[in-house]
Design a protein. Structure first.
Length: 377
């Protein structure tokens, strides 16, 4: 096999690939003839490092027939799971990383590729894929929401990458203690409260020691717990003194923390989390960002379980014409019997009656059932 590295300009959206495509590890990613349908797929593929088999011929035969090779299209869920694992590896070994800044920016771009390739799947992952360790899972989830808000504000690509890197590293200063703190049902001790108040500054010191020298990135980590009214920490900054990207991370952080499962309590219902944020928004959050946030996530964020007016139980899987009328896939019929396949419904025609907790929905399914191969594990 003769190969050459291929780039963005080699893949034409909407046209079949003229060659087999392999990853940098030699694994077949896409078979000749596969059609890439949008730019997000291209960006995600290029990020993995691609090589084309430029001299594939019919000489590759077995019993007179071409040998078939398995094709594996990208999976956003797998990309996000891999990002969680890689982030944990980098952060827990940060003091020995030889190129931490480049590695974290590369990882941030991979998270962006996943988020932009299929935003519905990436957002659904936050509510429907909470099996991993909280600390790094929460940071990746926050990065996804931050990226989608920032893209809506038309931030340039390099700024998006640094924003994602800041979200991925926002809790570095308390990473090793975070899991224990998040699962506590009793009041925090004075020492634990101090750890939390100081973790932005601690994180910045650790990042600098690891060779991170991008001042915007460091500033966003430092300020991601500041509030519009000056009640945040560590600097009691307010309004215009807080960088906008730190505000974006803060907003995403607040939402993702509220909808995350805890050992001692149920996660907050996604629409209730949004209402809670709106209440805070009157004093603590930039109202313009809240507006963008609601527009991007909707009143019923993707992954929310709902009961419809026709009695079916469904999960939100896509944005609708309005923020209050998403598309859903019904999982249970009106009598509570699991449907053979999930049925897509438009809630502008069949309204949402109520929002449900996951433990109220007695049916097994995977994200792949809802979104297909792009959401397989």
């Amino acid at each position: 096999m003769s190969t050459r590295r291929i780039g963005m300009s080699d893949i034409v959206i909407g046209q079949p690939l003229p060659w087999d495509v392999y990853g940098s590890d030699g694994k077949l990613l896409l078979r000749k003839g596969f059609t890439v349908t949008h730019a997000g797929q291209v960006a995600a593929l290029i990020e993995r490092g691609l090589f084309a088999d430029i001299d594939r011929s019919d000489n590759n035969l077995r019993d007179g027939k071409p040998v078939e090779k398995a094709t594996e299209a990208p999976s956003v869920v797998r990309m996000i799971n891999n990002a969680r694992t890689e982030l944990r590896r980098i952060l827990y070994n940060l003091s020995t990383e030889t190129n931490a800044q480049a590695d974290l920016l590369t990882l941030a771009r991979r998270v962006g590729s996943a988020a932009f390739m299929a935003p519905d799947v990436a957002l659904g992952n936050i509510l429907l894929n909470q099996e991993d360790t909280y600390g790094t899972r929460h940071s990746v989830d926050t990065a996804i929401v931050s990226l989608l808000i920032a893209r809506a504000l038309k931030k340039p690509p390099e700024e998006l990458a640094m924003l994602a890197a800041a979200a991925l590293t926002m809790n570095l200063g308390m990473l090793r203690q975070q899991e224990r703190l998040q699962e506590k049902s009793e009041a925090l001790t004075a020492a634990e409260q101090e750890l939390i108040f100081q973790h932005p500054e601690t994180g910045v010191r650790m990042l600098r020691a690891a060779g991170i020298d991008r001042e915007e990135w460091l500033s966003w980590v430092l300020h991601h717990h500041e509030s519009e009214d000056g009640s945040g920490y560590p600097g009691k900054k307010s309004s215009a003194d807080i960088p906008q990207n730190a505000k974006i991370i803060s907003l995403a952080d607040r939402y993702c923390a509220r909808v995350s499962i805890r050992s001692y309590r149920k996660s907050m219902l996604p629409n209730a989390a949004l209402r809670d944020i709106l209440v805070e928004g009157k004093s603590k959050i930039d109202p313009m960002l809240v507006t963008v946030f609601i527009r991007e996530l909707g009143t019923y964020p993707i992954g929310t379980f709902v009961k419809l007016d026709n009695g079916e139980t469904a999960v939100v899987t896509g944005k609708g014409a309005m923020t209050t009328t998403p598309f859903v896939h019904s999982l249970l019929g009106p009598r509570g019997v699991a449907l053979t396949v999930p049925l897509k419904r438009d809630t502008s025609k069949i309204a949402i009656r109520e929002v449900l907790h996951r433990d109220q929905v007695q049916v097994k399914f995977t994200m792949r059932h809802l979104w297909g191969e792009i959401a397989r594990l």
